[in-house]
Design a binder for this molecule. Structure first.
Ligand SMILES: [Zn+2]
Ligand SMILES: [Zn+2]
Length: 429
């Protein structure tokens, strides 16, 4: 049995420091004492609130999918757009990879994420525990790729650009999409991952009793006795998914709680991240040089690159949207590529400088990284809606494929990089 002292010991996922986690009270948070990573959030202990909100989000997502989002009218012709219209438009124009990306990020993954989250939270409420660890691991992995809120902002940008040239109205599906996104974001603020993990039994351990599962912390498994008293892991391995400290585990063995493969550090983290960043830099040039969207108005074709798209928003005095698109499409991808290069070089040089700042910066680029997809979503909505032949038409451009590739490569790079390598390196000096 784990002792009370062992129960609260955790290894920070960002810097690897083993420390004792205090019992976090309502509205309090606990941060890593070395890198300030949030270890326990203000939503600790909640299950009913995220369950109810996720259910509301799923129920609102159904009308958002089946009802039309927007309608446009131009010179007597009208057109309505569903969530799937843009995806079909991209596919029709020969941009199958983009259609798959938009379909997965904005349609398939939100449904999958919400349905799986509701199933796991409901199963916890009902006392079932089998396979929940594996299911919740996949839910956490899916989160960065589920981009309903980013698609909604993309719809706002597309709506604002369309209003300049045609009459456009928000329909029932559009309002439902706003409701679904709001409920989803609220559900995420109420979801505390550690609460869920600590309610799950370890493989071979007896399941927790239903009535007490919220009050109890870690159950029956000798998980952290192997951790060194100096804040190092000692003989233990920290699971990077559920943050469990597993004593005397062999690298390559499955985590007893979430079944993720245990490693002291992510395998090949440095090499794979370096390769992804190099590929990202190479694609960044065509992503910005080639047109991402071509707009036809009364026979006149106007090809927009990412930067000219921003300039057009500024020209039309849509300052807040111009700022959002500029930050998301130009600043964030560059920050991610340069930031990861800085972190890789500093790791290579075993640098001690600015370790906390580097780790904080990594968390920032990891959090904001998926917002770069806004331009892809704006293009999908415009391509779906603006199809009035020679009067007004929108076509996707080759730059959009390169741009989407940059965003996805950098998102994978932040997943493959292991920030603990930065903290390990100076120790070898
Ligand atoms: Zn830390
Ligand atoms: Zn685990």
């Amino acid at each position: 049995m784990a002792t009370a002292e062992n129960q609260a010991r955790v290894a920070c996922p960002d810097c690897g420091l083993v420390q004792r986690l205090p019992v976090v009270r309502r509205r309090h948070i606990a941060e890593c004492r070395r890198c300030a990573r949030l270890l326990a959030g203000p939503a600790t202990g909640r299950v009913d609130a995220p369950l109810a909100l996720a259910l509301a989000a799923l129920l609102l997502l159904i009308p958002a999918t089946v009802a039309p989002l927007l309608s446009v009218a131009s010179h007597g012709a009208a057109r309505i757009c569903w969530l799937s219209t843009g995806i079909a438009g991209l596919w029709r124009e020969g941009f199958a990879p983009l259609a798959v990306i938009v379909g997965a990020f904005c349609l398939a993954f939100p449904y999958l994420y919400l349905a799986a989250l509701i199933a796991v939270l409901a199963a916890l409420r009902l006392g079932a525990r089998a396979y929940l660890g594996t299911a919740f691991r996949w839910i956490m992995r899916l989160r960065p790729w589920m981009m309903l809120e980013i698609f909604l902002v993309g719809c706002f940008v597309a709506y604002s650009r369309l209003r300049l040239v045609v009459g456009v109205h928000v329909l029932a599906g559009g309002w439902s999409l706003m409701g679904a996104t709001g409920a989803l974001l609220l559900a995420l603020t109420q979801l505390d991952e550690r609460t869920i993990w600590e309610a799950l039994p370890l493989r071979g351990a007896a399941p927790l009793r239903r009535t007490k599962w919220l009050a109890r912390r870690q159950a029956t498994w000798d998980v952290s006795r192997g951790a060194g008293g100096d804040g190092s892991l000692g003989r233990a391995i920290a699971c990077t998914t559920c943050e469990l400290l597993v004593n005397d585990a062999c690298p390559g063995a499955p985590c007893p709680r979430c079944a993720a493969v245990l490693h002291h550090r992510k395998p090949y983290a440095f090499t794979v991240t370096a390769a992804l960043v190099a590929a990202g830099f190479m694609l960044y040039v065509p992503a910005n040089a080639l047109p991402v969207l071509t707009l036809v108005s009364f026979g006149n074709e106007q090809s927009n690159t990412i930067i000219t798209g921003v300039l057009e928003l500024i020209h039309n005095r849509l300052w807040p949207l111009a700022l959002i698109v500029f930050l998301a499409s130009i600043v964030v991808p560059l920050l991610k590529l340069c930031g990861l290069t800085w972190m890789l070089l500093a790791t290579l040089q075993r640098s001690r400088r600015m370790l906390v700042a580097r780790t904080r910066f990594f968390r920032l680029i990891d959090t904001v990284g998926s917002w770069s997809n806004i331009d892809v979503f704006v293009a999908s909505v415009l391509v779906g809606l603006l199809q009035f032949g020679a009067i007004a038409q929108a076509r996707a451009g080759g730059g959009l494929v390169a741009f989407a590739a940059v965003v996805i490569l950098t998102m994978i790079a932040t997943r493959t990089f292991d920030t603990r390598l930065m903290w390990d390196a100076p120790k070898g000096e």
